[in-house]
Design a protein around this ligand. Structure first.
Ligand SMILES: Nc1ncnc2c1ncn2[C@@H]1O[C@H](COP(=O)(O)OP(=O)(O)OP(=O)(O)O)[C@@H](O)[C@H]1O
Length: 242
């Protein structure tokens, strides 16, 4: 991969489910060294976009790439793209460390890295806990640990602060800033606007499957006092299914 191109690029993405248009010409980029927040009300199409980006779903047309490559084109995807999506997975009785070791092993990642990521996400004290015993917030941290296993350039995180307490949210904010400072390309979805304001460099907002605004956080918020105001002004404040 060329060092100059570590951009996540979504270009003219369209998706339909039966006759329902779910995404219409969605285009935006997430750049290296920056935190890009992907925002929109429930049902706006955030997960659908991320699922296509991660090769979990098929688009109708358009493209979604990491440094010009589709997810499925990577030989060792976990070493390029870390994704935290749809919970932890894994058998509920499996222990946290075993879970990470299994994923590391099947992706040719060193066992030493398992201990490293447990420290990174502050979950060492839960390494012998069973997956089924984890709280929502601990599960989020484990999802993050899995995403970080391959020390990837790209991080794609779906609602990463869901279930985190205020301390956990502050921890995540510092953590994700460090990742951006290290030059990673970070795309995270959320509908918790207050947190995003304190976290994001760039924002992309969608509603009813269409892009409503994208750009640097300060530019998007120009003349408005909060991201919440922007959100309500541009998305009619409503649920996408209203
Ligand atoms: N498999 C499917 N079958 C039918 N409709 C679907 C399917 N997947 C997604 N949709 C619809 O597509 C729209 C976008 O859903 P999506 O999950 O992408 O939204 P979202 O922005 O991630 O919402 P949330 O914040 O609630 O997670 C919704 O109206 C949803 O009902």
């Amino acid at each position: 991969m060329a060092q100059t191109d570590k951009t996540i690029e979504i270009s003219k993405l369209n998706k339909k489910h039966k006759t329902k248009q779910i995404l219409t010409d969605i285009s935006f980029t997430a750049k290296a060294g920056r935190i890009t927040a992907f925002l929109g009300p429930n049902g706006a199409g955030k997960s659908s976009t991320l699922r296509i980006l991660l090769g979990l779903d098929q688009d109708l047309s358009g493209s979604a790439t990491f440094g010009g490559k589709k997810y499925r084109e990577f030989f060792s995807p976990l070493k390029m793209v870390g994704a935290a999506f749809d919970g932890v997975g894994g058998a509920p009785r499996r222990r946290v460390k075993t879970h990470l070791k299994m994923i590391a092993q099947s992706n040719q990642i060193s066992q030493r890295r398992v201990s490293e990521v447990l420290i990174l996400v502050d979950l060492v004290h839960k390494s012998q806990a069973r997956l089924g015993e984890l709280s929502l917030g601990e599960g989020q941290r484990l999802g993050l640990a899995v995403a970080l296993l391959g020390d990837p350039q790209y991080l794609v995180l779906d609602e990463p602060t869901n279930g985190l307490d205020p301390l956990g949210i502050r921890w995540f904010r510092e953590f994700i800033h460090q990742q951006a400072q290290a030059g990673k390309t970070i795309l995270l979805s959320s509908h918790i606007l207050g947190e995003i304001e304190a976290m994001a460099d760039d924002v992309v907002m969608i509603n009813r499957g269409q892009l409503v605004v994208s750009g640097e956080l300060q530019d998007v918020m120009k003349n408005l006092s909060s991201l919440e105001e922007v959100f309500f002004a541009l998305t009619e404040g409503g649920n996408a299914d209203d």
